[in-house]
Write a protein that binds this ligand. Structure first.
Ligand SMILES: O=c1ccn([C@@H]2O[C@H](COP(=O)(O)OP(=O)(O)O[C@H]3O[C@H](CO)[C@H](O)[C@H](O)[C@H]3O)[C@@H](O)[C@H]2O)c(=O)[nH]1
Length: 343
């Protein structure tokens, strides 16, 4: 199904040189797309990627989601838009929240408006578990991005552009994240720095994540939110799992305390979203609340399930022990390269 829909299409990706964006590009190229437009800010990363992929179907656009004209230019002719550009580091957004607003909120608004103006068929916006009950500026700005996407769908019911959202937890081995840090620490013979040993995070691979974006491109109803289900582990379990894979069964551990804006556990779906969610196997689909502001026009019975259901969190999802975490880590290409595929 989806391969036909993507075949021959032009796809624009904001943040296309990042880990998520470039994995998506690689995936799309296997799906027979005609052209991929990559919008990003960093010319050096674009040059690296141009050489690495060496594929004439890629077109690079230098620009910034904050700059509407640069976004509009890169979307000309696009059938699909994947919006992955974001400020995503929690601590840096705590120090510069107004920058997070500019990129994650205003930038997302630009992307959605430019995609609609270009007549794109579908826009998928990439969100994070940190947008649910947000406590940090990164999560707050991503929550407003979600609201911006949903408001577009609600306010433009006749638009030919379908806007939807995919929301994920932590992507394992992404740039600057804790797994490569743990690997470096073990290899350098240093102690593992654990913020708070009992802190939990959802664990998902990049490859799993791109499949859902493609699904959303072709199946979303306007304003849909898709949430990928995932297991979780504590950071202590994760640290010990990484160390064990590198042959260190009893790593030295240093507890450094939580960082700015961190939560003990993450939430992928709030209780209220869960009430409306449709369970679709590997993921949940949460349809848009498309009611207008005239609430008295709508009759609703009290929602009993809201009382019965709990949030879907990294604490109450399937929790992995060291062995199960290692099994999951061994599926990652980076880990297989590191330890050899047979260990
Ligand atoms: O030295 C360290 C650094 C981190 N951690 C812990 O390891 C877990 C994962 O930390 P990461 O820095 O890898 O990830 P974050 O959960 O802080 O956030 C990351 O994942 C998000 C998705 O939820 C976004 O992608 C975000 O950009 C990215 O920074 C956290 O519990 C953190 O406290 C440690 O124990 N020791």
């Amino acid at each position: 199904m989806t391969s036909d829909a993507m075949a021959g299409a032009t796809v624009a990706i904001t943040g296309g040189t990042g880990s998520f964006g470039s994995t998506m590009v690689r995936h799309l190229l296997t799906r027979g797309v005609d052209t991929v437009h990559i919008l990003s800010r960093d010319e050096a990363k674009q040059d690296d990627m141009r050489k690495r992929f060496s594929d004439s179907r890629l077109r690079f656009f230098l620009g910034d989601v904050r700059d509407f004209d640069s976004v509009a230019e890169s979307f000309i002719g696009a059938d699909f838009v994947f919006h992955a550009a974001a400020l995503k580091q929690v601590p840096s957004c705590e120090f510069f929240p107004q920058q997070a607003v500019k990129t994650n909120v205003q930038g997302s608004h630009n992307v959605i408006e430019a995609a609609a103006a270009a007549g794109a068929r579908s826009v998928v916006c990439l969100s994070t578990d940190k947008a649910v009950y947000p406590v940090n500026a990164m999560g707050m700005s991503k929550a407003l991005m979600e609201k911006t996407a949903q408001a577009f769908a609600r306010n433009n019911p006749h638009s030919k552009t379908t806007v939807s959202i995919t929301r994920y937890g932590n992507v394992m081995y992404s740039r600057g994240s804790v797994i490569p840090l743990f690997v470096d620490q073990i290899q350098a013979g240093k102690p593992l720095t654990l913020t708070e040993p009992t802190m939990t995070r959802f664990l998902m691979s990049l490859q799993e994540s791109v499949d859902l974006v493609e699904y959303a491109f072709t199946h979303a109803e306007p304003g849909d939110l898709f949430v990928r289900k995932a297991p979780a582990s504590t950071v202590e379990v994760l640290g010990r799992a990484v160390a064990g894979l590198l042959g260190d069964e009893a790593p030295e551990v240093q507890v450094i305390g939580t960082r700015h804006g961190e939560k003990l556990h993450e939430t992928l779906l709030s209780r209220e979203e869960r009430v409306k969610a449709v369970d679709q196997g590997d993921y949940f689909r949460v349809p848009l609340d498309a009611r207008s502001l005239e609430y008295e026009l709508y009759y609703e019975e009290g929602e009993q399930r809201e009382v019965e259901l709990d949030d879907y969190t990294s604490e109450n999802t399937e929790r992995l022990d060291v062995e199960a975490t290692q099994k999951l880590l061994r599926t990652l290409p980076e880990v297989r390269r590191l330890i050899g595929a047979d260990r």
